[in-house]
Design a binder for this molecule. Structure first.
Ligand code: GTP
Ligand code: MG
Length: 367
């Protein structure tokens, strides 16, 4: 948190400290000359004197220069869809069914490797699906500032109805500002009651279009395949309205979907490219770690040289295993190494501070 004293601010603004204090009082803040005020307050105050304030960059921000994309360089990109819902309502089955009906025919029946995210193509339009292992992962990603999803597909089993994790998923999607499409699953079951699901969802302000609301709800069966094409079409429709775009011609940036340590290949991360194009040979900074992209494998197990926006790929070449939700970016190798070391240092310091506090607390407890 950045702060500045009244005196320092007065000097910077080339004003009398008394004048600053008076203005502060006007904002309801009583501050003495040596007292500090926060950045937001300083900003408001400076604006009163027609001065714009810029927060000072950290060492890391200096090293990692933000790339601002020119509107003119943005190109449409596929939507990234996360499937969420209560346990056993059929998230994985639905993803499997979507994948099975939409993979290239030569692969049908072949071994499809699980990489946590994949792309399908419908009439020339791509959709990227992310198989979140749980809401925890989604929360962790959001906590780290990674906005991964463009559209949430909420799976609700027609025989079971709205359950606690259904509500959690709704809350997550709403908090992230992501549009929700409801897939009412398991409609093949004799005790399926899609209308009851629609009724229950109205309590959470999700009102079906056919009931006068604006939420798309599609009855589906992951078992029989019913409704799946319609669901995909609806996803594309919502995606089109969002006008999703990214600049493919810049150093890549994105987020780690999942990661593991592979016996032969070392740290392996499934990443989603969000901006730019990731290339074999690129140096990347990724959370606390860094590395040089040695190889990339797509969702079909094929080696690829490049990955464009919204493309999920497995990356080999990181020094350590990153965490799901970690943000990666392509930077100069030297900078990647340096910033990774800085972040590790910072983390170590934080941990030491934590243990110091804990042992002090323990000490006081003993006394
Ligand atoms: P978790 O990952 O454990 O939260 O579960 P999930 O939501 O991924 O559910 P999953 O796909 O594992 O399906 C749970 C069970 O429901 C499995 O036994 C599936 O075979 C069954 N199932 C899923 N979809 C359908 C469907 O459309 N119809 C029927 N009859 N059964 C289904
Ligand atoms: Mg599952």
């Amino acid at each position: 948190p950045e702060t500045i004293t009244v005196r320092e601010l007065a000097e910077k603004l080339n004003r009398n400290p008394a004048e600053i204090m008076k203005k502060l009082m006007g904002l309801g803040i009583m501050a003495a000359i040596n007292q500090t005020i926060d950045f937001e307050t300083a900003e408001i105050l400076a604006a009163e004197f027609d001065v714009a304030v810029e927060s000072e960059k950290t060492e890391e921000e200096e090293l990692l220069q933000e790339i601002v994309d020119d509107e003119a360089n943005l190109v449409p990109r596929p939507p990234v869809v996360t499937v969420m819902g209560h346990v056993d309502h059929g998230k994985t089955s639905l993803l499997d069914a979507i994948r099975k009906t939409n993979v290239v025919s030569s692969e049908a029946g072949g071994i499809t490797q699980h990489i946590g995210a994949y792309q399908v193509e419908i009439e020339g339009e791509k959709i990227t699906f992310i198989d979140t292992p749980g809401h925890e992962a989604f929360t962790a990603m959001r906590a780290r500032g990674a906005q991964v999803t463009d559209i949430a597909v909420l799976v609700v089993a027609a025989d079971d109805g709205v359950m606690p994790q259904t509500v959690e998923a709704i809350n997550h999607a709403k908090a992230a500002g992501v549009p929700i499409i409801v897939a009412i699953n398991k409609v093949d079951k004799p005790d399926a009651n899609p209308d009851r699901v629609k009724q229950q969802l109205t309590e959470y302000n999700l009102v079906a279009e056919e009931w006068g609301g604006d939420t798309i709800m599609v009855p589906v069966s992951a078992k029989t395949g019913k409704g799946i094409q319609q669901l995909l079409e609806m996803i594309l429709l919502v995606a089109e309205m969002r006008e999703l775009a990214a600049n493919p011609n810049r150093p890549a940036e994105g987020v780690v979907i999942e990661s593991r340590l592979d016996k032969g290949r070392g740290p392996v991360a499934t990443v989603l490219v969000q901006k730019g194009t990731l290339r074999v040979g690129d140096s990347i900074l990724c959370g606390l770690t860094w590395g040089k992209v040695r190889a990339m494998v797509d969702d079909r197990g094929q080696r690829v040289e490049t990955a464009e926006p919204s493309c999920p790929v497995e990356v080999v070449g990181l020094e350590e295993v990153p965490m799901a939700g970690d943000i990666f970016r392509v930077v100069d190798e030297k900078i990647a190494k340096q910033v990774s070391a800085m972040r590790l240092d910072e983390k170590k310091r934080e941990e030491q501070a934590k243990t110091a506090r804990v042992s002090l607390d323990d000490l006081f407890k003993q006394i």
